[in-house]
Design a protein around this ligand. Structure first.
Ligand code: ASP
Length: 322
């Protein structure tokens, strides 16, 4: 029996069209998933494909409604016994955010594999076709089952929790910085060397089947002379705050005096991409340490925790576990 994989397409540079051969000045989210599949005949050797165009946009226009729609769609389609896995095509700018959101909200051990590209489909040596092929190979592999949401890019396999965009132009722009890749793909074969240890998918408590939107969480980036008025304003118009602090999550006395008075949840991360914030690092007792989550991923976890009514007193536990 052949394996069936569902490709859910959202747009991005992988579906981008520009001046023939060029790599800048193109329009992301232009080709349909059917165009991409037709241009990559090798995909048919790997699996039976069903393609769904969820949206066709630049990934900077992804919203919480699209995240929830994707999670619920995958949860429904995963019940089909013929489906062995999922591939999601997505722009690279926010791919790490959508991947981490689904890592916390899909309830299946079937592989859910993100991919995209740095060069538009019309450029010389466009990377999207190979990335799509390799993502499909990972989606049908037994090795990828139960490993949480994955991202396949430039022959490497990354975990949703650690993956990030590290360059604005390299074809290897998607990586896991200091944490490294979980594995690699060579000629369609999957080689895995690591497994994610934090809670994901089937073990995750987060259920978005009955919600349409997420609470609002604002990210405040601290720097010398950062305006405390912005923090006050953000706190008034948000359900939670994430602070990207300097070094081990630090900020000025002016910031601290405002944070001390906040009643909404405040999570502290670092603006440095390689680091860990522990409870002992915190300057204010009413804040939560984000472990080694980036600010954009901490915001997702906080939005889900607020949406799923996690008590403030349990937030630290959640940030240690996920
Ligand atoms: N701006 C594009 C996007 O995120 C970039 C990319 O896909 O590489 O949709």
């Amino acid at each position: 029996m052949r394996n069936k994989v569902i490709i859910l397409a959202t747009g991005g540079t992988i579906a981008g069209v520009g001046e023939d051969g060029k790599i800048v000045g193109y329009k992301p989210g232009t080709l349909t998933i059917d165009d991409l599949i037709a241009a990559t005949p090798k995909l048919k050797d790997v699996a039976d494909i069903e393609a769904l165009q969820i949206c066709n946009i630049n990934s900077d226009d992804i919203t919480d409604r699209i995240w929830i729609k994707l999670a619920n769609k995958i949860n429904e389609l995963a019940k089909d016994l013929d489906v062995v896995g999922f591939v999601i095509t997505h722009g690279t700018d926010t791919m790490e955010e959508t991947a981490y959101f689904l890592n916390l909200t899909v309830k299946t051990d079937k592989p859910v594999v993100f991919t995209g590209s740095m060069r538009p489909a019309t450029s010389i040596s466009a990377d999207g076709y190979m990335n799509l092929y390799e993502a499909l190979c990972v989606a049908v592999s037994k090795e990828a089952k139960g490993k949480g949401v994955l991202v396949v890019f430039s022959d490497c396999i990354f975990a949703a929790r650690t993956v990030t965009k590290t360059s604005t132009y390299h074809v290897t722009a998607i990586s896991s910085s200091g944490m490294g890749a979980m594995g690699i793909v060579r000629d369609g074969r999957v080689y895995l060397y690591a497994s994610p240890f934090k809670c994901h998918t089937l073990e995750s408590i987060f259920d978005v089947s009955k919600i349409d939107v997420l609470p609002k969480v604002s990210i405040l980036y601290f720097s010398v002379d950062a305006n405390p008025g912005l923090l006050e304003y953000a706190a008034k118009s948000s359900d939670g705050i994430v602070i990207a602090g300097a070094g081990a999550g630090e900020f000025s006395e002016a910031y601290k005096s405002i944070v001390d008075k906040l009643e909404i949840p405040v999570v502290v991360c670092s603006r440095i991409d390689d680091g860990i914030i522990l409870k002992e690092n915190l300057l204010c007792d009413n804040t939560v340490a984000a472990d080694n989550l980036s600010p954009q991923k901490a915001a997702i976890l906080l939005r889900l925790a607020i949406a799923c009514k996690v008590e403030k007193s349990h937030l630290q536990e959640i940030f240690t576990k996920y």
